[in-house]
Design a protein around this ligand. Structure first.
Ligand code: X2X
Length: 339
């Protein structure tokens, strides 16, 4: 952890200069940061998560007068999800934004929001995640040695893309070779639909599609576009099968090493940026279909009923109700109704 290594080190003065007309005038002088946090994520720099995280990191630097610097490593630069999850636990990195699906390999109840076809719309999503469902999950993070920020960031409703055929109903899922995240819930759900799911980290997805190791994958529109999946996938079937979000988690020791004023600056900056990021995704959901259509992707809509019915018949809901336990399941149902 860079933050602890720097303790007691004399703070050298550095100047931040801005070019103002002829010659450079130093406009602000900061001491070398007292704390340097490494933050890794799995998304391209153009994705709203990275755009807003950069804004939040800049704000933290400014409001802390340069005492806390957050260095962002986007796009799996520090390894895939499984690697980053291990690193944020052991302090190799200080911050990570795993999807709920991914962090569920460590904290199983974190996947509660990803139960198939649970949420009807974003109103339900944010009520649950800003409310008791999110609170329940964050308590489990603390027990696992991670601090979770209050506001979850949006990944989105997941859609199925394929190279060879559109998915119109649950029957079309039979035998489909589909990549899913490293997530027991995703594997279970696609098996229940009769597909042949393969768990791969996101860092490996583009190549797996390109080389036809798999024929399909599932992700929200903002990821399909920023990761250029339209280059290797033809059809996008709007299934909305899972709502997925990103948690901002911080290594427990790194978090506790920050004095309260810096904890507050970090929390406020990232939570507020998260709300803006949610708006970004909302706007993209409206515009991206046309943009991807113009690039040759073929879209179709689906109705959730055939999928939900197939999942019910396969015993998917009964199995996961038991796995999540009554507490988490009942909390979810408070927001979405009986499943
Ligand atoms: O791996 C994925 O598909 C992604 C990017 O959506 C997650 O982080 C779960």
């Amino acid at each position: 952890m860079a933050s602890l290594a720097r303790r007691g080190v004399l703070r050298a003065l550095v100047s931040v200069s801005l070019l103002t007309g002829i010659g450079a005038a130093p406009v602000a002088s900061y001491a070398a940061p007292e704390f340097v946090f490494k933050y890794g994520n799995n998304l391209p720099v153009t994705h709203p998560l990275n755009v807003r995280a950069k804004e939040a990191a800049d704000r933290v630097f400014k409001e802390s007068n340069g005492r806390l610097q957050i260095q962002i490593f986007p796009n799996n630069q520090l390894g895939g999800d499984t690697d980053m999850l291990a690193q944020v636990r052991n302090g190799g990195i200080d911050m990570f934004t795993p999807s709920a699906l991914v962090i569920a390999t460590l904290v199983p109840s974190a996947a509660i929001n990803a139960v198939g076809f649970a949420f009807a719309d974003y109103k339900q999503v944010w009520a649950a995640m800003d409310g008791k469902v999110g609170e329940h999950v964050r308590e489990k993070f603390e027990k696992a040695g991670l601090h979770g920020l209050e506001r979850m960031w949006d990944n989105g409703f997941r859609q199925v893309t394929t190279s060879n055929k559109p998915i119109n109903s649950a029957q079309d899922m039979a035998g489909l070779k589909i990549r899913v995240p490293v997530s027991p819930l995703s594997v279970s759900m696609f098996k229940a639909l009769g597909s042949a799911p393969a768990s791969l980290q996101f860092s490996e997805v583009y190549l797996a599609l390109q080389t036809k190791v798999v024929d399909a994958q599932e992700n929200p529109l903002a990821i399909i576009q920023t990761a250029k999946m339209n280059e290797v996938q033809k059809y996008c079937s709007l299934t909305n099968h899972i709502w997925d979000g990103y948690w901002f988690v911080i290594n427990g020791r790194s978090w506790k090493s920050l004095p309260p004023d810096l904890q507050k600056i970090l929390t406020t900056s990232f939570n507020e940026a998260g709300l803006k990021q949610r708006e970004d995704i909302r706007a993209l959901n409206d515009s991206l279909q046309n943009e991807l259509k113009a690039k040759g992707m073929v879209f179709n809509t689906t109705t959730p009923e055939t999928f939900r019915e197939a999942l019910r018949k396969a015993g998917f809901y009964a199995e996961w109700r038991q796995k999540f336990g009554e507490e988490a399941w009942t909390l979810l149902e408070q927001y979405v109704g009986k499943l």
